[in-house]
Structure formats: C-alpha cells, structure tokens
Design a protein around this ligand. Sequence first.
Ligand SMILES: [Fe+2]
Length: 286
Amino acid sequence: MKAGDVLKSVCNKLGMEKLPDGGFAVGSPEDEVKGVLVTWLATPEALRYAASHGLNLVVCHEEFYWSEREDPPEYRSPGPYRKPPDWENHPNHEIKKIVNAGNLTVLRIHYGLDRLFIYDAFAEAMGLGQVVAGEVYEKVYELPRKMKLGELIEQIKDKTGLNSIRYVGDENQIIEKVGNCWGGVGLSCNRYYTRRAIQDGAQAIICGEIDEFAMFFARDCGAALIETSHVLSENFGLELYARSLRTEFAPVRIEFFAVKLPYKTHVTTNFSGYGVGPTVTVAPWG
Ligand SMILES: [Fe+2]
C-alpha cells in the first residue's frame, strides 16, 4: 500500500481528480505505508505515538505547520520581518524533528474528510434530526422534538461530555430548527454558513468553536448559538474515517488518535456580573 492510495480513495469517493486543499506536508504519494494514524491535528504527542507504534503515515485534518499572516510593517516593530523559523523554540522545529526521526509521511486531508465524514457525523452525534432545508454545508435540521434552548444546551453538553458550554440566546426560547456549523465554521471569518442557516430557518446553530463577532452577529439576527469545540466536533467524523480505512486497507494497522481539548474551564459559582458593562454609556455632559 502506498501513501497516495489513501488520498486517491478520498478523491474517488468524491468523484474528484484533486482536492481543493491539503496534500502531502511531508513525504510523497510513493511512500510505502506500514501503518496509519488518523488525527485531527498532528500534535507532537500524536506524531510521537505514530513513530513509536510503527504507524509511518500520519493523516491529519488541520494544517500541519503553524503558519502566520505577514502583517503590514505599520503593525510591527521596525527592521526585518521576524519569520517563525527564526525563533529556535518555535514548535514547528520540534514537529520537524519528530517527523524526521520517525521517518514519517504526513498527509493532510481537509475538505474531503469534512465532506465525507465530519459534517454528517457531528450532526448525528448531536442528535440534530432530519434535514429540512439546504444542502452541502448549509443544511438546516428539524430536531426530533421542539425544546427550550436550555434543554438543547443540556443535550449538547451530554453528547459532547463538556461540563460547561458558551451560548448566545434566551434559555426559554423554543427551538425547532438548527444549523450545523461544526469545527471552525461558526467563526466570524466563515459567517456565510451561519447566515445561510439562519436565513433558511435555523433558530439555533450548533457550533464547533466561535468568537465574539460571531456571537454579536447571531444575537443581532435573533438566533441562538451553542458552542462545543473545534476538535471535539470533528473527532466524531475522524474516528469514523479511521474505521472506514481499516475496512478498506485491511490488514494494514490503522489507528485513531483522539486529540483532547487544549483548555480547562474555571467556574466561579458566585458570579457577580464581573466584566458585564452597561449597554449604553451616557457621558456626564450628555
Ligand atoms: Fe476544522
């Protein structure tokens, strides 16, 4: 089995010659595969696990190296642009070291895995119900029964295993239709998908990760948002993908590496409204 067979199989399932993003970050399609590790992100832990378990092909969903936007000179200190590799402690160096020492091939499959596994697996895992509008990544689902937003939040907490959830909206609002903005699709840089789902009747959007601009936008649309997590919302589909690879490429050893949440939550029970400012500030002379 060659590394290229894994990519080819995704292209074939989609009837595409080539995927719009991703590809070989390290190694080539000709590399011989002894074992495969499927992971959301090729973290140092995932890469070390692959190297020590003879899984020489790592299939990751997100970008392999940490990249940065190069801001206009006005935004940074003068002098030559300090690029990531100039910093000797940049995590990319460690990643490269593990990959070289383990002789690993790294293949990123982004669009293809979202389309074939991740999007639908998240909807199913969250119990979103039947599709009643939209297609591709713009589906609106009708919940198996109407419920208050507060109850839906409890359902999502239960299904994700999260002990706290950020949300926008009124817990007493009745929700019948929902959108699916898994992964980073609920972020304001991907506003199109949130807007489309609301436009097509979604009263709440079940998201992966979101930012404050996305929250303000939803609020102004009169829609609710429920945030889960980028990685957790995509792990459901990636695990499914690893299982399908096992069937397709048996007897090659194929494993799924579950990347965990990168943060913890500190909850203060006696919440005093810290950080919540007045909606309108009236100047003393106004
Ligand atoms: Fe993602």
